[in-house]
Write a protein that binds this ligand. Sequence first.
Ligand code: AMP
Ligand code: MG
Length: 479
Amino acid sequence: MKFSQLKLTTPYLNLDSLFFDEVEPSPLKKPFLISASKEAAKLLGLEGDIHLDEKLVDIVNGTHKLEGSKTFAMCYAGHQFGYFVPRLGDGRAINLGKVNGLNLQLKGAGQTLYSRQGDGRAVLRSSIREYLMSEAMHGLGIQTSRALALIGSDTDVARERWEKGAIVLRLSPTWVRFGTFEYFNAKGEHQKIQKLADYVIDESFPHLKNQEGMYLKLYEEIVKNTAKTIALWQSVGFNHGVMNTDNMSIDGRTIDYGPFAFLDDYESDYVCNHTDVEGRYSFKNQPGIAHWNLHQLAKALSSIVNYEAALEVLDESFGATYEEQYLSSMYKKMGLFEQDEKDIELFKWMLGALESATIDYTLFFRTLSHYDGDKKALLEIAVFQTPLKEWLEAYDERLQKESVSKQDRHQKMLAVNPKYILKNHILQEAINKANVSDFSMIEDLLTVALNPFAEHEELNYLSKSTPQRAKNIKLSCSS
Ligand code: AMP
Ligand code: MG
């Protein structure tokens, strides 16, 4: 089956019209294909090379409709930086329909009923970032929306300066957000909340259908999925930047990539989003914010789930799931496979040492994955060596208790500590080139994004360390 032969369904439109706005995309001028992800195409069961599908650009640009497609924007509310906004919705995303369990959505395809002051567009810069990061997050083994294709255009879009418009075709098993429930709760539309919960169970948690207490169980699964995703973000050093409840997927996956960043040097209170003056969404705050967001969700569900019972679930499940996932990921990154009662102490010491040593988080673990007792390579990448040296001495002692061979440990660590991470300075280089119509780096980045643990000798230039001036910078939210 070719991409243009897919037949879509639109189950979301069976909910009533308060849930969405049927709207046609507004095409971009002179659209052209920049990139398409063969890996994402596989999810749709496509055969052959998606790049060769002559209708691909027209479908992404909204000028050709797949069979069965009906285009619509979804309505939702959300807590933005802690403040409730009763109506947000897809202001620049237009859904095409669903196939193979995935909802296809165009981001940047023009205005909808929910655009408010916005132009409904997404600029090339932010579209490249979202396209690559969706695939990179998957490559790192973290639940995420995916990106099938990216198109550029000649349409001018006004931001701080004039930029060109682009569209990403995104895929997700669900586009329902915490904020979708908050929208109906704020309106007092309690029947709609139940309808939506039933829809979410059908779409994302079918094993819960018709079970006793299924709405509370639904909440529990959302809590656990979210805790797991955030734990994995912390383990890879990912800062999302805009953890508003409208950017929280109901199945816990990562969505809505904006001013995100990976840590360069390990700095726990790093804030990637320039507009986040108070640091609400700082790296270290992410688990606490996820908990806060889940609390808002418990309130929004309170007409169908006992609020106290939900809070109990939140308190019991969030911390436990988070901790289990986070620590097990971190111990693997450290190459510790046996259990020792002092591991937690060693682990906390390591984070403190990384912070005081001023050292690149990703590079530290990748270098540690080759560690054979010679500290030179690790100390060379630290600005202040003493804290790291002291920690490595304790680590040496701890390694004595491991039963796997050094070679095995290295191999296991290399499989969980990425060589390639989509750092801002590398993305920015790809964007600068794209701005002068050179898209070659995007293909290279896609290759390493999907397989970040492999060496890819020929693409070594993508793992070069961050220049001092670009370390842990803040990014503009405008996109
Ligand atoms: P975000 O924080 O990027 O997820 O966006 C928050 C809200 O603003 C969502 O409802 C978006 O649909 C909307 N939005 C963001 N940018 C635009 C735009 N350029 N035009 C219309 N709506 C937008
Ligand atoms: Mg959003």
